[in-house]
Write a protein that binds this ligand. Structure first.
Ligand code: SAM
Ligand code: SF4
Length: 328
């Protein structure tokens, strides 16, 4: 039997979020408002082989699902190679990407051929002008074409991430629902989280997902049960809609009690929480397949220091300046 990664609070970890780059070509107001700033010395991000080794170690510790994220993962020229490398391990049943959708129209079919099984794409507004204002890129049409391309390539469902922002998109539930009525899209509202760089926007625009939940319930949407490797979304469905709505509410009481995921940054540090400390280096154990046992041992030991909860309620986002270095 596969040993299951478990922490001191009896939480089990089935899900790895693997960042493969910090680089991004968008400038989302809540993430990289000034755009990506390259560091003086270009960093080297995990190679396909390193990605394969780290996900294999996690798979041998019970991980069933890996999400590739960033920065913008599809900017990696070897992105399909990374997909194929992670999928080499049959225990990884779900391999997903979170993307800004920039390359989807062009590449969704090749991602699927390489072994990708699920796509999350970020769209904060269905209005092209507003999309441009939020992301710094006039690319809503291109991203929408990407969603069509994903369906044509054989993805049965696409998830869309929408960061909920007061007076930006919080009054647009009607338009979002109209859009997903005939489409198998799970639209997930994510509460805006406070980061080191995003304090001002947070105080202006943070809004509880409760406002959406109440509207959904009034409109007859019903909450679905959650699977063990599912993300943190509360998912709602409605008989008249092909699409679903998800709510991700990190500020809700007990959000951390159902935490089932760990994160590895693009430079190979293990992060026990999205909002935590520097990270535990794993890269020295990713150079060779023979290091697998030592790598697993370090992961298991590190997990013992995972804290019970984040400290976002106290306005403490740890070292997390923005989410592009660790993938949200
Ligand atoms: N570039 C890809 C994208 O945008 O989908 C992947 C990386 S991005 C950091 C991952 C997710 O984090 C996106 O859905 C994004 O909307 C979300 N995100 C980034 N900053 C956030 C914040 N301050 N609060 C809530 N969600 C945030
Ligand atoms: Fe880039 Fe994604 Fe951050 Fe937007 S949310 S700036 S697309 S990494």
């Amino acid at each position: 039997m596969v040993p299951q990664l478990t922490d001191a609070y009896e939480r089990k970890f089935y899900y790895l979020r693997l960042s493969i780059t910090d680089v991004c070509n968008f400038r989302c107001t809540y993430c990289l408002p000034g755009g990506y700033t390259p560091t003086a010395r270009p960093k080297s991000f995990l190679s396909p082989d390193e990605s394969r080794r780290v996900s294999r170690a996690f798979a041998e510790l019970g991980t069933e699902k890996v999400r590739l994220t960033g920065g913008e993962p599809s900017l990696r020229r070897d992105f399909t190679e990374i997909i194929a490398a992670v999928r080499e391990n049959p225990a990884i049943r779900t391999l997903a990407v979170t993307t800004n959708g920039y390359r989807m129209a062009r590449d969704a079919a090749s991602w699927r051929d390489a072994g990708l099984t699920a796509i999350n794409v970020s769209i904060d507004s269905l209005d092209a002008r507003q999309f441009h204002l939020i992301t710094g890129q006039d690319k809503l049409r291109q991203v929408m074409d990407g969603i069509d391309a994903a369906f044509s390539a054989g993805f049965k469902k696409v998830k869309v991430n929408t960061v909920l922002m007061r007076d930006v998109n919080h009054q647009q539930l009607g338009a979002f629902l109209h859009w997903i009525k005939p489409r198998p899209i799970q639209l997930r509202f994510i509460e805006l989280m406070e980061t080191g760089q995003g304090g001002t926007l947070f105080h202006q625009c943070h809004l509880s997902g409760e406002v959406i939940r109440l509207q959904l319930e009034r409109l007859g949407w019903r909450r679905q049960p959650r699977g063990r490797s599912d993300g943190p979304a509360q998912v709602f469905s409605h008989a008249d809609y092909q699409g679903e709505v998800g709510l991700i509410m990190p500020y809700e009481k007990d959000f951390c009690a159902s935490c089932n995921r760990l994160r590895v940054s693009a430079v190979g540090n293990l992060h026990l929480c999205l909002f935590g400390e520097q990270g535990i280096p794993l890269r020295d154990l990713l150079a060779d397949d023979d290091q697998l046992a030592a790598l697993k041992d370090r992961i298991v030991r590190s997990l013992l220091s995972k804290k019970q909860s984040h400290f976002l309620h106290q306005g403490n986002s740890g070292i997390t300046q923005n989410l592009s270095f660790i993938g949200g």
